[in-house]
Design a protein around this ligand. Sequence first.
Ligand code: C2E
Ligand code: MG
Ligand code: MG
Length: 649
Amino acid sequence: MFKNLKAAGRSAGPIPSRYLWPALLLLAIAAVWLLGGLDWLNPSAQARWGPAVNLSVLLLLAGMLFVGLQQRRTGQKFRDQGMLLSGITDHLGAGVIVVDGLGAMAFSNPEARRLLGFSATQLEEMSFLELLLVGPTEEDSPPVASPASAAQWKNYSGEAWLKTNDNQSLPVDLTITPLRQIDSGAFFVAVFIDIRDRIEAKQQLRALAYYDTLTGLANRSLFFDRVRVAIRRARRAKRGLVVLVADLDNFKQINDSYGHASGDELLAKVAQILQSCIRESDTVCRLGGDEFAILLESVDAAQDVMHLAKTISAALGQPVTVQEGEVHTSASIGIAFFPQDGESVEDLLKNADVALYRAKETGLGSYQFFTPDMARAVVERLNIEQRLRAGIEGNHGLTLCFQPKVDLRDGRVLGFEALARWNDGGRALAPAQFIPIAEKAGLIGAIGLRVLRDACSACIAWQERFPGAGVAVNLSAVQFRDARLPQTIARTLAETGLPGHLLELELTESILLGQFDQVNETLTNLRQLGCMLSIDDFGTGYSSLAYLQRFSVNVLKIDKSFIDGLDTEVSEVTGNTLVAAILAMAHALKLGVVAEGVEHAGQLDVLRRLTQEVPISVQGYVYSRPVALDEVLFSLPLSFELFSNHIEL
Ligand code: C2E
Ligand code: MG
Ligand code: MG
């Protein structure tokens, strides 16, 4: 058409039909008049037809003149239109391509050629279909399908991808409009504008909405979408699928010790490791924090999943290098199967989480398959968590009881250990039941603070009856890692008026395994407050004894399991030898010793024999169970001397 329009500028084009018919009518009338006067050569007829002939010749000439004039006017109009249109398309900020009915590109404007990188001649030799990929696709990337069919593009308005000369895909906003039939064929005009910026912005938004910026993995919402789609597919195909949840075991510790930058680096590396363990068709996502989830499609055999869980555990068990150095991490994994463990993404993730929780309890770096029993345990855990929260808010539930530590030589009460209980009117809870839950739920700080305050106040209260008897408070690893711990203790001592040396802080061996500098700094700060430091459950934690030298603690509390192993009959058995060795080591390192969980007089006897002259304290049912403060203040014996005297040396 554009060629025609351009040509119209040079020569007159065809007459439009609305002028043609009147002109033809005039010519026809003139012809009839002429035919009617065929014998006009006859003189009489000449006289008769003369005026008619003259008139018909006149009409013929007028018709021809009219047709000629119209042709000139139309030609001028076409010439003007052609120039106007080509002027417009030359300067248009959009690509314009005119396609004929066979798909050939009869015309292209400069913008179309610039965007596509083809010359006008190249385009004329190509079919428009070769250029066109109609989109958009889900991922905002060029559709992989072959060019769309002609039927699709003859009336199209929307996003599309055009192939450029350098074999790239150009995203465009494309409108294809059929034009009226011109000359010998149907024409279509394709107008398109470059939308690369828009697509890029869309992709960025999409990345923000669906991908985790730190690791580049799918985020929670994309993972949920993918699992939902996978569930639909699995249902149709009557197949199973698996959701794994993996959580780093010591991430908080690493984050606290090495800093957040290293923590982030570790997470990014873990993401890579996880991705390297799975197939391309599976999805890994970061659910948040240090928790990752994996969707495995088309896996039915537990054996395969077990194999993958082992592979992941082994891969994450290797040290990871971050800027600050090498970090040792491990991941616990929980596994849930569709459909037996849940039919929705929410249920599958919830149950995989339940299994993960159990895996953490089992031991670091392990994996667990979900079972319905586990779900019951979780309900129980949530119930306890609720009770703890309500108790903390309402300042009720927590009580302390105190167990005396007695001098083995003379039965004198040297101090008490404060032991927490939870009694809010429901079933009473032992610390083993609620302390781990409080730690996980972030409630241990509040509980620990109340224990500390109540224990210090109680210690002040019993000074009159037990002068110089201190109080020992257990610290959880979570409390110890809180950088504000020394200030909290200093404030509590100041508020309650308890001298620092009457407060003993019981730490577990695992606490001391954290980052050396940080642990050392906290211990130094605590010692500066005058507090005594003891290692609780000694011998049950990490086997390295190096920390005894590195950190100067005051007391070792020999764990009940060693005391249980004491043999009252024969003295040369392993159990006795072990305790003797611990006593000798503590003596050499000038550490005080408390024997925990002593239940029988016979055990006291063996301890006396083993310790000889070395002073040790004994804590156990043999003297007293943990008792309420009132009992300490009013009825507990001042000394267990009498009982000690019963023991024959
Ligand atoms: P632990 O610090 O080693 O406390 C000694 C535990 O042994 C206490 O259990 C005590 O009641 C028990 N026990 C003492 N003598 C005997 C005995 O002769 N025989 C037997 N069978 N048991 C004896 P409890 O009170 O259940 O506390 C258990 C653990 O809970 C404590 O072990 C401690 O690690 C933790 N815990 C207790 N209170 C707190 C607290 O306020 N904060 C923190 N973080 N942990 C606490
Ligand atoms: Mg303790
Ligand atoms: Mg203990």
